[in-house]
Write a protein that binds this ligand. Structure first.
Ligand code: UDP
Length: 414
């Protein structure tokens, strides 16, 4: 079988007093009919990026409510992940030819992963394009029994036809598919069941618990950031869709008006994202020489506690994305009562209500203008931050997410 990511079951009771009681009650009721069901989640990395972040919570919670949930990783070499990142970029609208050789390599790695299956499940949830075609190689075997669900986490609104059509042939083999928004379905699918489910954050994870002030100060000091001066923060992989160079331009425009502002960019290098180093270097060169730009990554010890501390210390959180499936980082910042200035794209539109809990922007100058407004008006920043926290509590906690999965499992059985 594929390698398993070890996780401990987590009790739903811990979310009492945080999540809405109706959601918790519905989870308990839905879980009764699914007790003992074997659930497998497959994705391509245990570190970096939003999918891994969510599985560390959802899988233990599924276990906690009585399902037998597992998380396993598909395996591939560097060439495979380079190809799947090209698929990803093409699905997000970049003009990239999908060649015959790319398809052959992709399918051969999926087949190899399929050949390692030796267990049957009631539900198999396959995340994102990397493992999508595994299902094809299991057709006609006992391992294809059960309900297979493909979960898309990317913003495929502007998907290029060749990547979308290639993948669609595999998506159509699934029993169900889950997208964050309906507009991500580029052309009609033939799956029997569809659901639109936004992602979520875990209010109890180390990422979302705010460290004590003393710990925050220690962390700022460790990385040379002056916590007494304003901090603009972006937390993202180094990826073209997160617009790291546009972010630096935006920072420069803000700095022209606020000499004391600092830019902190926290990135994690995901195992399945070979572009990270390339974009890190580009961003480093672009911002080189500015002592107020801090590009920090997991390589320098940036983990969950550090991310949470910087989110808590930030004056404004920015998410300058050009495409964004959802943007967990937006919800994480809102949960910490921070106003967010974010690109008017993808799943960010589900989260930021323009002018209420943050600002949606289309251009660099506009982003800079909104950051300046928030730096100059702490009362506005506070009001927006408070509104953002409540928006996340109602809509984007892992409990709501778990409920939506359980509802979908029932729908598939019906
Ligand atoms: N993240 C992190 N450390 C970092 C940078 C990112 O833990 O240095 C996390 C971030 O907090 C978020 C996830 O990685 O939970 C990124 O998810 P998102 O949906 O924002 O973007 P994706 O990487 O999936 O495109």
């Amino acid at each position: 079988m594929l390698p398993r990511v070890p996780v401990q079951p987590r009790s739903l009771e811990q979310y009492q007093g945080i999540a809405d009681p109706e959601v918790l009650a519905e989870i308990r009721s839905l879980a009764k009919g699914l007790r003992g069901a074997r659930v497998l989640h497959i994705n391509s990395t245990a570190h970096g990026g939003g999918v891994a972040e969510m599985l560390y919570t959802l899988v233990p919670l599924m276990e906690g409510v009585g399902l037998r949930a597992e998380w396993r990783l598909m395996e591939g070499d560097q060439d495979f992940f380079t190809i799947t990142k090209l698929f990803h970029n093409s699905l997000q609208g970049m003009e990239i030819p999908i060649t015959h050789e790319m398809k052959v390599k992709y399918l051969s790695v999926c087949e190899e992963n399929a050949s390692r299956f030796d267990q049957e499940y009631d539900f198999v949830v396959v995340h994102d394009p990397q493992p999508c075609a595994i299902i094809a190689a299991l057709e006609g075997t006992p391992f294809r029994k059960g309900k297979w669900i493909w979960r898309c986490h990317i913003d495929s609104t502007y998907a290029r036809d060749d990547a979308w059509e290639f993948l669609k042939a595999y998506i159509n083999r699934y029993d169900g598919a889950v997208f964050t928004m309906d507009k991500y379905i580029k052309s009609p699918l033939e799956v029997a069941a569809l659901a639109f489910i936004p992602p979520s954050i875990d209010p109890l994870s180390a990422k979302n618990i705010i460290p004590e002030k003393r710990v925050q100060s220690d962390i700022a000091r460790r990385y040379g950031v002056d916590e007494t001066r304003p901090i603009m923060l972006q937390v993202s992989r180094f990826d073209p869709w997160k617009d790291p160079l546009g972010l630096v331009d935006c920072f420069r425009a803000v700095k022209a008006a606020h000499r004391d502002v600092q830019l902190v960019y926290l990135a994690s290098m995901a195992d399945d994202d070979p572009e990270g180093w390339h974009y890190y270097e580009k961003t480093y060169e672009y911002s080189a020489g500015d002592p107020d730009v801090f590009l920090l990554s997991n390589q320098q010890g940036i983990g969950n506690v550090e991310v949470s501390a910087f989110q808590a210390m930030a004056t404004v959180v920015i998410q300058k994305s050009l495409r964004e499936g959802f943007g967990l980082t937006v919800a994480e910042a809102m949960w910490k009562r921070k106003p967010v200035v974010a690109g008017r794209v993808g799943g960010i539109l589900l989260q930021v209500d323009d002018g209420m809990n943050g600002f949606l922007v289309d251009r660099i100058e506009e982003a800079a203008e909104k950051v300046c407004l928030l730096l100059e008006s702490p009362a506005t920043a506070q009001r927006m931050g408070d509104a953002g926290h409540e928006k996340v509590r109602r809509n984007f906690l892992c409990t709501r997410h778990l409920r939506d999965y359980l509802r979908f499992f029932h729908m598939l059985l019906d």
